[in-house]
Design a protein around this ligand. Structure first.
Ligand code: PLP
Length: 385
């Protein structure tokens, strides 16, 4: 729908310079250390000694050891509890293989759309009633609860699988420790599995916020965690991510079997490139990129605040959740910004009914496009003008 509208606008205004603040993809190049690791590994495979065929389905040990020691330091995660994959998007859909069609899924409203669509494809949706799938438990996220999903009350049938995304796409909210503890206790009490998607963990700047669900005691039995190199290291075009599922989790053997049966490992050069992200040089390069994205987020947020708009996110996440003027729907405001300012955004209603009244802005904008967008938005009328 967004592309359709932009194409229509382009057809009518072929000379317009349209810039995007809607982009959910990274815009900075791979860093030199990562590119070098990728090339070296490819060259290695072109030699007789370095020839490699199928890799271990779960991922090379050299990468899983680095993950355990760097990303989960002090959390007692061992390499055999880590499953390298080609993306968190795939992982969040594939996990549904472990659940019967009768399973009940809970997800936030608004949400990263893949959780909902993958659940529906797996047969967990049930009939559509008033625009919502009747078997899905939608966890309302709104201004009152700071767009943070809370465990359902006791009179609701407990879900089997709960999707939590923190830092959140689209709202930029981050689940704090007390709420994450409530969720883990809820899952223990009701026998639910939490899928904790931490694809944007690299953007957390507040050290008091949880970075991993395994920081909560008991989570090893009831949670799995997704991490991805896509947004932390610019791997959206390379494809590498991982799932952590602990041996204490009853689903561990089933996932291990599923992964080994249906997946044939991420390419060796890609895993070498992922391993290179843990070197000192790469860490510095990547911190620089993340700071650039976050500084774009801060500038956008400050500009909107100076015009008295309410926003969420942008401090510990690359997304800003922008409360738009009440007389507009999110699609109407999308049209307004495209027509008046030639800026592409993402309407909140695309993430769920409770996204209505909001737009998602992304800090992943290209450097030059971002500056143009900032200049144009400076002319945006103030909310209380
Ligand atoms: N999880 C969330 C919350 C995302 O927003 C995205 C990408 O936009 C993904 C996962 C996809 O990650 P990957 O590129 O590893 O498939």
């Amino acid at each position: 729908m967004i592309n359709q509208k932009v194409d229509q606008y382009r057809a009518l205004h072929p000379d317009a310079q349209i810039v995007s603040l809607g982009i959910g993809d990274v815009s900075r190049p791979l860093t030199p250390t990562i590119t070098q690791a990728l090339m070296s590994a490819a060259q290695e495979m072109g030699t007789t000694e370095g020839q490699r065929g199928y890799g271990p389905e779960q991922g090379y040990l050299f990468l899983r050891e680095l993950i355990a020691s760097h990303d989960f330091q002090g959390l007692n995660i061992s390499p055999h509890e880590i499953f390298i994959s080609d993306g968190s998007k795939c992982d969040s859909g594939n996990i549904q293989d472990l659940f019967l069609p009768s399973a009940r899924i809970a997800l936030a409203n608004p949400t990263y759309p893949v959780y909902l669509d993958a659940s529906v494809i797996a047969g967990h949706g049930g009939p559509l009633v008033d625009g919502q799938f009747s078997k899905i438990l939608y966890l309302p996220c709104n201004e009152e609860n700071h767009f943070l999903p809370h465990p359902p009350t006791s009179n609701i049938v407990p879900p089997d699988l709960i999707f939590l995304c923190s830092p959140n796409n689209p709202t930029g909210s981050v689940i704090p420790f007390p709420l994450l503890e409530q969720w883990v206790h809820y899952a223990i009490q009701h026998g639910s599995l939490i899928l904790f998607d931490a694809a944007y963990v690299a953007y957390i700047t507040d050290p008091t916020l949880p970075h991993s669900i395994f920081q909560i005691p008991g989570a090893d039995k009831v949670a799995i965690e997704l991490r991805s190199y896509s947004k932390s290291a610019g791997f959206t075009g390379l494809r590498c991510a991982y799932m952590v599922i602990c041996e204490e989790n009853p689903l561990y053997p089933l996932w291990k079997r599923r992964h080994a049966t249906k997946f044939n490992a991420v390419a060796y050069p890609i895993q070498r490139a992922a391993a290179a992200t843990y070197t000192q040089e790469a860490k510095m390069e990547l911190q620089g990129q993340i700071q650039e994205y976050l500084s774009q987020a801060h500038r956008l947020k400050s500009l909107l605040l100076s015009k008295h708009y309410d926003t969420l996110g942008g401090d510990n996440a690359p997304f800003i959740w922008w409360k738009i003027p009440p007389q507009f729907s999110s699609w109407q405001y999308f049209d307004y910004l495209l027509n008046q300012y030639q800026i592409i955004t993402t309407p909140g209603s695309g993430f769920g009914s409770l996204g209505e009244g909001y737009l998602r802005l992304s800090a992943f904008a290209k450097l030059d496009a971002f500056e143009v967008a900032m200049q144009r938005l400076a002319a945006l009328p103030s909310l209380c003008a």
